[in-house]
Structure formats: C-alpha cells, structure tokens
Design a protein around this ligand. Structure first.
Ligand code: FUB
Length: 323
C-alpha cells in the first residue's frame, strides 16, 4: 500500500514537490514546468516556470487533483522570470506560499504570498523578503511554533555569488579543498513574512566534525533543502546536484550544524533531483520528481512519492528509485 512511484499527474509537467498535511489532507506544492524546445545550460535557463498549481489528495491512494492556478508571475510586482521550487507553511490561521524568482535585476530572491486556503489563490507581498537571495525555500515550523527558512542553490541558483554577503556576479564555488558554500537558514518573524534576524550559511560536517569540502561532490550541498524532525533530531536533507543524490545530515538544533549521514535516494532519470519528506498517519513518505513522462527531458518533470523507512538507530534506508 502507498508505494505509488507513478507520476501523480500527467496533464501538466510538475517538479520540486513540497508535500504537507493540512487538516488530514495531503497538499503538494510543485513547480510547474513549461515545455519548450530550447537547450539546457548550467544557469538553468530551461526552467522557465511562470505560475504555481497546487495538487491535493484526500489520502495517499486517492486521485491527485490539480486545484488550478494559485499564483502567476504577472501578479507579483517584483518578479521578472523563473518561478522555481516553492514551499508552503501554515501558521496563525494563514497559509503561506514561499517561492523563488528572479527580480527585475535578474537576481534570485525569495518571495511570499498568503491565502486563507491551502490551494490559494495566493496574494503576493509587494516586494521580496528583504535580505533573502538564491532559490529553493523550505519552511519548517518547529514544535515550539518557531519557524525557519532554509534555502540556496549553486550555479543557476546563484548561491556562490553571495559568499561575501553581497551579490558578486563573478562569484564562484570555493576551491575543491576549501569548505563548501553552505545553504542558508534564517528564523522567520512571528508574521512569517520576513526574516527575524540573522540569515546564515549552514555548516554540514563530516564524520570527523570537519566542514564538508567544496570538492566532495558526493556530499556537498548543491540545492533543494528540506527539514524534518524525527525522534527529536533535526534531519536536514538536500540534493548534491552534480552527483544527483538526495542525502541527509542530522543535528540537535534547527539551525545546525548537521553531521552528514548518508543517501536517501539514488539518482533518478533527469539531471535534477528534488524532494520533500512528510509524515502521514504514522508513516513517512518521500516526494520527489523524475523525467519519466518526458523520457528524460530535464525540464519536463513529474512528481511522485514513495515510502521512506528508518532503521532502529534513526538512519534512513536508501531508496532505489526503479527497483
Ligand atoms: O525547478 C528548478 C530547479 O531545478 C529547482 O529550483 C532546483 O531545486 C531543481 O529541481
């Protein structure tokens, strides 16, 4: 039961699924890939998304429903293009949609929009969240009600251009024997619309307590952060990008540091791999995407899910996507 692993919808291309349970129903916040015949490049120009459609399921065996357009680029004053991987959160009776996009200067920022319904329509704030940059927001609300924004992505996601705290159009990844450029974390203010204070690079450590190196491409952070809590520990998971793994690191605080543990998912069909982790009725599930429907076209992706299992010691059993 609940193995799925089939595309959840096939009438549109969807990617980057952020799954949540609100009022015992499953909501998936994906990117909406636009088919075109242009070429791929390292800047991700092939990802030309313009809007968000929110998917929902009454339960894991139910039909997956597309609830229509929830937010379009033309309604967000600060956006110029590329509405990439979103996430959502619920607090204070309001649903929040967090999304990255390029501003009018071509710089990726994180925006937020609100609704009284989990499927929208969402009303965007006039401007992006001040101080934020790069892509792939994931918002985690801890048991004490404090909320945290995680985000960042190398290359097209521009994370390496912010190493000094200022945007450097020529900024590059660190040398292979230097610590990686870590993803970002910042606590959100009570209103969930802005950062409360600091916005810092997360430290991911190896088994010796040393920061993962930029050249360690099987383990270094590339994009796609996610946070979940399991047995009181904070599990920070992400994509390694160039080596196409989903991996995880564990810590005792929502802001890290986190110690690298292992792989969650082996590579899927398509260059990108992107995920979320959700608990539903006492079991855990990995939502992810591949390019099954398009037979491998990188910017025509489809979202899926499968069960995620832990060992007694809290480690995650690596998933083989096609076995
Ligand atoms: O969907 C566009 C980008 O591809 C996302 O922001 C990345 O995480 C990758 O999935």
């Amino acid at each position: 039961m609940a193995e799925q692993r089939r595309p959840l919808v096939s009438h549109i291309f969807t990617a980057d699924p952020s799954a949540h349970v609100f009022n015992d129903k499953i909501y998936i916040y994906p990117s909406h890939d636009i088919p075109h015949d242009g070429e791929d490049n390292d800047d991700g120009d092939e990802y030309r998304m313009e809007d968000y459609h929110i998917l929902s399921m009454d339960n894991l065996e139910a039909e997956c429903v597309d609830n229509g357009e929830a937010l379009h680029m033309k309604d967000v004053p600060w956006v110029s293009k590329q509405m990439w991987a979103p996430d959502a959160a619920y607090k204070n009776g309001i649903y929040y949609l967090y999304f990255p996009a390029r501003d009018k200067d071509g710089i990726f920022r994180i925006g937020v929009a609100t609704s009284d319904s989990p499927v929208g329509p969402f009303k965007p704030e006039e401007n992006y969240m001040q101080g934020t940059f790069s892509i792939d927001p994931a918002v985690f609300v801890d048991d004490d009600g404090r909320a945290y924004l995680y985000n960042g992505g190398l290359w097209g996601g521009q994370l390496e251009k912010w190493k000094t705290g200022k945007f450097d159009p020529n900024g590059s990844e660190n040398a292979k024997d230097e610590p990686e450029v870590g993803p970002m974390v910042g606590e959100l203010a009570e209103n969930m619309l802005e950062l409360k204070g600091s916005y810092d690079h997360i430290k991911i450590l190896d088994e010796n307590g040393k920061e993962i190196l930029a050249g360690d491409e099987n383990r270094r952070y590339f994009e796609d952060p996610w946070m979940h809590k399991y047995n009181g520990k904070y599990y920070f998971s992400y994509s390694t990008g160039t080596t196409h793994f989903l991996v995880y690191a564990v810590g005792d605080s929502p802001v890290g540091p986190f110690t690298y543990q292992g792989k969650i998912l082996e590579p899927v069909l398509g260059w990108t791999t992107h995920h979320s982790i959700m608990e539903y009725h006492g079991k855990w599930y990995l939502f992810y995407h591949d390019c099954e429907l398009s037979k491998g076209i990188n910017h025509r992706r489809n979202v899926k899910y499968t069960e995620l299992k832990y060992r007694e010691d809290g480690s995650i059993i690596t998933i083989e996507p096609y076995k």
